[in-house]
Design a protein around this ligand. Structure first.
Ligand code: NOJ
Length: 728
């Protein structure tokens, strides 16, 4: 019999069927395993026929792939990695802003490019699959993984995630520069209780379908090849144990035809932590029956699954189905056709190359949000000759790169700023704000730097020196925020105030009477009412990636007019959590005894060096059928002195509905460039069918009645023009 599976002239289905027919049960179950490639991968390849490895980088990839090619059937290994904002675990690769940072650009075309560059760099190092994008909704800011989200709005998340999926996967998976994307974490994982990672998500089916499912539906439409099941349980059922979720909803109702991977040891934890299985064998049975296709880092799965089939508890057909989904993608990627061995020479010249850095710079520029600019202190006037650059994040590489970058995830030692422990990682291409400002300032402006304080240890500071420098300067730029040990898995927080002696430092700098510009480098919104009140200007830079320092310098000196808008609301106080804009209407809920319930800075907010005026709102019709399209038009006038980019936002409210619906919901947006003084008519068209709600029977419908249509520069009422239309 000729080996059809080795012959590229057959289709992936024909090749998969042929290969499956040759495989033993053990070989099929091996394909369903993904394990940590840093721990004895050889045994996994030779003895357990492992299908996929994660977290391997460098030359080891070539070595392990060669080993796999020498096994009985020579099935290639699928290598996965968390390249979530660039291939950031790989020395020399391009590191983009964190996902939360890049979302502030509201620029899907840019995100598609970022993902495409990531795919190129990932493939050149021999890997095939990124566990990205994250489609979780960032609502409770105590949760450690807010920096990994695209913010709080399901519509925007769907648009940005689809763009990244297109960028990673390209037009065709067989393109050697395409990698598999992974929509994660399925589902409602961000809806934790108390912000505690992987706690129960208390979500009804209606809420799930209204808020959490829509971005994943967009991911399927974009062709996302893989889905990752969340750690969390919903209504008592862990996601990896939920047959309704993984099989009925995802594979049958939504026709997802890629494969589902569990998150790290989800299966083991059905027994060990969530305790819905009295032993690992039962956990494996539950996970298989629910519809997981690939099991991540539960080493016992291999032996237990073999036993379950041999004892007749699990039908081999179920194993075949899962294995088929995995093999199909391996064929589609061209893994069997040797198209994808790493190309070290090329990798060296392309990883972090000029072209890629240009996009990293652009994305850092567009992700920075100007939150305050009293008396137009920014951009800095030409008169300014001495700048005090003060603060713990002026020169902190890890804070600047953010989570899921080299050394950032050494959870066993959360107290260690880990890059110091990795001399093999080349930090020279990373431009901190200190480096960027010095370069941009040139010879005629003096930059005096002082760290001022440690970001964690309150007693470790040199505020006196910082004040001395400030007094001798024309302006103070204070760079504060948080750092990696305050973000990520196992790093949930109970407060969002500035840590260490940062507040003391800012207060002392303010007392010098010098103009105070605050730059925030942080993974998530912090509670900064003091800064809002006291700083002359605030720039939110998130974790801006390796070009962050150049981008900040360009904005501070006025080479670029900031245009980022928040995709997540800033609270005034941690006790207001959650403070997202698309709340359901309540009775008494807009005030606490101590303060307003309003956010400090809301979703969609972001200033510019220029001003935009909105006028002349019109709609294509005020009486609409569900099959119609609605076009909303408005004049936007740049009335200031700078050219700029404005993000025009369209919200709706279903005025009366059979169930409560959000007070505002984003339904469209447009980025427009306007020269100083220029006025443009901007139109956004949405299908009336997008004005849906999920009714009490969990059906998606557009209910007849009135809808308020709002368009403007942020989600705040004062920034929106409004008109009412009726759906008949
Ligand atoms: C656990 C994380 O929850 C997930 O996001 C990640 O992709 C996997 N580990 C693999 O590193």
């Amino acid at each position: 019999m000729s080996e059809i599976y080795k012959n590229p002239s057959y289709t992936p289905i024909e090749r998969t069927n042929d290969l499956l027919s040759r495989m033993t049960l053990e070989e099929k179950i091996g394909q369903m395993c993904i394990v940590d490639g840093r721990k004895d991968p050889e045994t996994w390849i030779y003895k357990k026929h492992v299908g996929s490895l994660l977290h391997v980088t460098g030359d080891k990839v070539i070595k392990l792939q060669k080993m796999a090619s020498k096994t009985r059937l020579g099935i290639p290994i699928l290598f996965g990695i968390d390249a979530v904002h660039g291939h950031a675990f790989q020395s020399g690769a391009t590191v983009f802003p964190s996902q939360l940072g890049m979302s502030s650009s509201w620029n899907p075309e840019l995100l598609e490019k970022i993902a495409h560059i990531t795919a190129i760099e990932v493939t050149l190092t021999g890997l095939h699959w990124t566990f990205s994008p994250v489609l979780c909704i960032g609502r409770d800011l105590r949760w450690g993984r807010i920096d990994e989200t695209f913010g709080e709005d399901p519509y925007l998340i769907g648009i940005l995630a689809s763009a990244m999926i297109r960028g990673y996967q390209g037009k065709n998976l067989s393109d050697p520069y395409s990698i598999l994307a992974c929509a994660k974490h399925f589902i409602a994982y961000g809806e934790t209780q108390g912000g505690r990672d992987s706690s129960e998500s208390d979500v009804s089916e209606r809420k799930l379908r209204s808020i959490f499912l829509p971005p994943f539906v967009e991911a399927i439409k974009a062709g996302c090849a893989t889905f990752m099941a969340g750690y969390n349980a919903i209504d008592g059922i862990p996601c990896s144990a939920n047959k309704w979720l993984l099989t009925n909803l995802l594979k049958e109702e939504l026709n997802f035809n890629g494969f589902v991977v569990t998150d790290w040891d989800n299966v083991g934890n059905l027994h060990r932590k969530q305790k819905v299985a009295p032993n690992i064998k039962k956990a494996c049975e539950i996970a298989l029956s629910a519809g997981n296709d690939m099991i991540m880092s539960t080493p016992e799965f291999f032996e237990e699954a073999v036993k379950l089939v041999k004892e007749g508890i699990i039908k081999e057909d179920l194993i075949d189905k899962a294995c088929r989904r995995i093999l199909m993608l391996k064929f589609k990627l061209g893994l069997f056709d040797n198209k994808r061995f790493p190309n070290s020479k090329k990798a060296i010249s392309i990883l972090g190359c000029k072209e890629h850095r240009k996009i990293a710079y652009k994305s850092a520029l567009e992700s920075i949000v100007l939150l305050k600019n009293e008396n137009n202190i920014l951009p800095l006037s030409k008169e300014i000759k001495r700048i005090a650059l003060i603060g713990p994040n002026c020169n902190d590489i890890q804070a600047q790169l953010g989570d899921w970058s080299f050394g950032a995830r050494e959870l066993e030692h959360p107290e260690i700023p880990t890059l110091d422990y990795h001399p093999e990682y080349d930090t020279s291409p990373i431009v901190t704000i200190l480096k960027g400002m010095k370069k941009r300032a040139g010879n005629d402006i003096i930059i005096n730097y002082e760290k001022g304080c440690d970001i964690i240890d309150k007693n470790n500071h040199n505020i006196n020196k910082a004040v001395k420098i400030a007094k001798k300067s024309d302006v103070v730029i204070a760079v504060v925020g948080d750092t990696n040990i305050l973000n990520g898995e196992l790093r949930d927080r109970v407060e969002l105030n500035l840590t260490g002696a940062q507040q003391q430092l800012l207060t002392a700098l303010k007392e010098t009477g010098k103009p105070l510009i605050v730059v925030l480098i942080n993974g998530k919104p912090l509670t900064i009412p003091w800064i809002k009140e006291n700083a002359d200007a605030i720039l939110e830079a998130w974790n801006p990636g390796l070009e962050g320092g150049n981008a900040l310098a360009s904005i501070i000196f006025g080479d670029f007019n900031p245009c980022g808008k928040l995709t997540i609301s800033f609270p005034r106080h941690i006790g207001q959590q959650p403070v997202f804009y698309n709340q359901l209407p309540g009775w008494h809920s807009n005030r606490y005894v101590e303060m307003s319930a309003e956010p400090l800075f809301p979703f969609g907010f972001g200033l510019s060096y220029t001003n935009y005026e909105y006028s002349n709102l019109q709609v294509s019709s005020t009486n609409l059928k569900p099959t119609d399209k609605l076009t909303v038009s408005v004049d936007v006038h740049n009335t200031g002195k700078y050219d700029g980019t404005e993000i025009v936002q369209l919200y709706i409210n279903d005025i009366y509905s059979s169930v409560t619906t959000p007070i505002k919901e984003l339904k469209g947006f447009k980025r427009i460039n306007l020269k100083a003084g220029e006025k443009k008519r901007v139109s956004i068209t949405i299908p009336v069918s997008s004005l849906t709600l999920i009714n009490s029977e969990c059906k998606s419908i557009v209910e007849p009645g009135e809808f308020e249509i709002m368009i403007g520069s942020s989600s705040m009422d004062k920034d929106l023009l409004k008109i009412v239309v009726e759906v008949i």
